[in-house]
Design a protein around this ligand. Structure first.
Ligand code: GUN
Length: 296
């Protein structure tokens, strides 16, 4: 039987409509517009595209976005100074520093300079530390793994007690996804480039999160029948038959795996739209916290 297809576009649209309504209510009741500062350093074309997409979605739900495009030659001190200015700016409720940063910038120091209450990306060392610890809660959860968890909840899979396998251990997706699953009492295995007999480990998964950036790596015979498969991968591959000469695929061989899995996200159209949605949700939450703190 073919898997349930988890449509990230539909879920994201529904959530964004809810966020837009909450933003409007905040404007009406408190005279406050949530604001996101988006900081881009250097000229990585993919990063520029992501930041543009995030800012357009902000506009769509009524969130103000303030763009800061800095040259690749920006110094640590200059970037640090900007973060401190944004920390102090009451119109800015959330600060997003698009990653990766140029090599000469100390990423940890910059992320650590963001005021905790404005860390809508959830990458501040304190937020990540809380995510890593039992019984602690971060103020914000990183957007992509947060989106993965929402998708799991949409299909109603029981996370507690499930065997969850996370493919990939990046700071942005794999690692926080594994920690979130652990918080929800899954038995979690993190796989990476040194993992032995990857297909055998992946076959133990009731829940699989694939975030390795390898086009269509996960095959049908890697997947336990009935498993829930969340594909974070977004890989451009050459395809002479496609109009543009290329197309986008995930880390999972979707056409074959959907015949085995119980539920599966497509890529594109699964996790991608959720990532931006969760950033919007975090920004709204940051503004709500600022209002509560100010007693407005
Ligand atoms: N680079 C890739 N994904 C992300 C993300 O979710 N946030 C930031 N800040 N940078 C990224």
């Amino acid at each position: 039987m073919s898997a349930q297809i988890i449509d990230g576009n539909v879920i994201a649209e529904r959530m964004q409509a809810e966020i837009a309504a909450a933003v409007q209510k905040m404007k009406d009741e408190h005279g406050v517009t949530p604001g996101l500062a988006a900081v881009l350093v250097g000229d990585n074309p993919a990063s520029r595209q992501y930041v543009g997409m995030k800012r357009r979605r902000c506009a769509k739900v009524g969130i103000d976005s303030f763009g800061y495009e800095l040259p690749a030659t920006t110094t640590q001190e200059e970037l640090h100074k900007l973060i401190l200015e944004l920390n102090a700016d009451p119109k800015v409720h959330g600060i997003l520093v698009q990653l990766p940063l140029p090599d000469h910038i100390d990423e940890e120091a910059i992320l650590g300079a963001i005021q905790l209450e404005k860390d809508v990306d959830g990458f501040h060392p304190v937020n990540i530390g809380r995510l890593a610890m039992k019984g602690r809660e971060p103020l914000f959860i990183p957007a992509t793994p947060y989106g993965c968890m929402v998708l799991l909840d949409e299909v109603g899979v029981q996370v507690s007690g499930a065997n969850a396998v996370v493919l990939g251990r990046s700071n942005i997706v794999g690692l926080p996804a594994a920690m979130l699953l652990l918080h929800r009492n899954a038995t979690v295995t993190i796989c990476h480039s040194r993992t032995k007999d990857l297909p055998a480990v992946v076959r133990t998964a009731d829940i699989l999160i694939a975030a390795v950036g390898r086009p269509e790596m996960v095959k049908a015979d890697w997947v336990k029948p009935g498993a829930v498969v969340i594909d974070v991968g977004s890989n451009r591959i050459e395809d002479p038959t496609a109009e543009k000469g290329y197309r986008w695929v995930g880390d999972v061989a979707f056409d074959e795996v959907k015949e085995v899995a119980g539920a599966i996200t497509p890529s594109p159209g699964g996790v991608g739209p959720m990532t931006i949605t969760m950033l919007l949700k975090n920004t709204l939450r940051a503004a709500e916290m600022a209002i509560a703190k100010a007693g407005k």
